[in-house]
Design a protein around this ligand. Sequence first.
Ligand code: F6R
Ligand code: ZN
Length: 159
Amino acid sequence: MKGYFQDINEWEHMLEENPTIYEVYAIEQEEKEGDLNFATTVIHPGKVGNEYFMTKGHYHSKSDRAELYLCLKGKGMLLSQDINGNASWVEMEPMRMVYVPPHHAHRTINTGDSPLIFLAIYPADAGHDYGSIAEKGFSKIVVEENGKTVVKDNPKWLS
Ligand code: F6R
Ligand code: ZN
């Protein structure tokens, strides 16, 4: 995940211990219209500098495909944004279902001190497009400031 977090020095420092940031256990069908995939993601607690551990984030290759997440354990946030970088975010807590609309990039962030675990349900032909997020990131970042979770403008975001 080189380049995903703001603090490059902290990132390199952390690589000495090489912690697992997140794991995905996916059951995926053949990529055909009408079927559903499901995947469980476990994001471990931790931060790089003041930025919480998070997923890479992606659009769907078929960008009009929506998705549902059901939070099972832990505490976190779903951050999503449209193609112009207009972002919105919603808190995740056990048994809360959160929705990713079509044409929205999405990333999840563990803002708690235990693993964040959620189930994702998405069309089998959605696919993952990591390219633009890997290059530009999201317009917002989620950090801890004075013990509080804060959503801030990404200083590196170029719209
Ligand atoms: C599938 C989906 C999730 C994520 C998973 C890991 O469409 O959104 O199953 O794939 O939470 O996140 P990424 O794929 O962004 O590394
Ligand atoms: Zn997705």
